[in-house]
Design a protein around this ligand. Sequence first.
Ligand code: SAM
Length: 291
Amino acid sequence: MPFLELSFDLKRLAPEAAEAACFACGASAVTFADARDDPVLEPLPGEFRLWPATRVQVLFAADSQPERLARALSGALGIGVELIRARQIADRIWEREWLKDFHAMRFGRRLWVGPHHERIEHAGAVVVRMDPGLAFGTGTHPTTALCLEWLERNLVSGARLIDYGCGSGILAVAAVKLGAQLAHCFDIDPQALIATRDNADANGIGANVRIWDSADGLPHGVDVLLANILCEPLCALAPRFASLVRPGGELVLSGIMQYQVSDVTRAYRACFDMHPFGHQEGWVGLCGRSR
Ligand SMILES: C[S@@+](CC[C@H](N)C(=O)[O-])C[C@H]1O[C@@H](n2cnc3c(N)ncnc32)[C@H](O)[C@@H]1O
């Protein structure tokens, strides 16, 4: 379906009031978008966090009158009509738009992650099928890529592991495909638990993946624990992770910026000898053995 899009900078407008004004003018969709490429990292489930510079994109029926609508919107928002930009958006098969940009990627020598529709024909390839969805984790983000590369190089066949903050379940699915016996998955976001179950089943390894809706149920004494979260929760979780990994087991942490390495290393030093195992685009992966 084609659309007419009107857009404006949110600036000091209240987001809820701006959204209500757009719908009152007949909008069929309102999107808040990042105007300057400032990432918003890890909003909690249900949390609505905006960027420092937010652009509001408002869709109307394609046959609407741009000038008349811009004047109505300018009145409803209380901003000058010259601050509202109009453009026509051509018809596309929206459900398939992501296919253009998402292709199979290789991690290490053997591990491939790709969408279901793409053929991956490499001798010895270990293939994880993953389509973009609501939960984080397709392999395109450096923090996920670091963990996938660690798994490809270091995972011991038959390992039992925890994927803490599983998102889409990509790390658990990759681990099982690479030879792990059992992956226990937990996330604070219920949507992630649904996505992990779906992705494990879609990859034919559902029986090797257990989903936990409370961290209290996770088993103690696993061989490997992977957590791609962020510096602050990782530091807070150090005592819990220490109790979940067996002596001699491995902890793999991601979601850490270069300047946060010393904080995370310090938080874990009582129980783990942490060291960097990879860097990508300012992100660092840390791993260490439990003493
Ligand atoms: C960056 S995503 C990583 C997803 C996936 N494991 C990957 O590597 O792509 C982080 C995930 O951790 C979850 N998360 C954030 N804080 C958490 C916490 N304190 N406990 C458990 N999960 C958490 C988020 O809901 C999100 O799904």
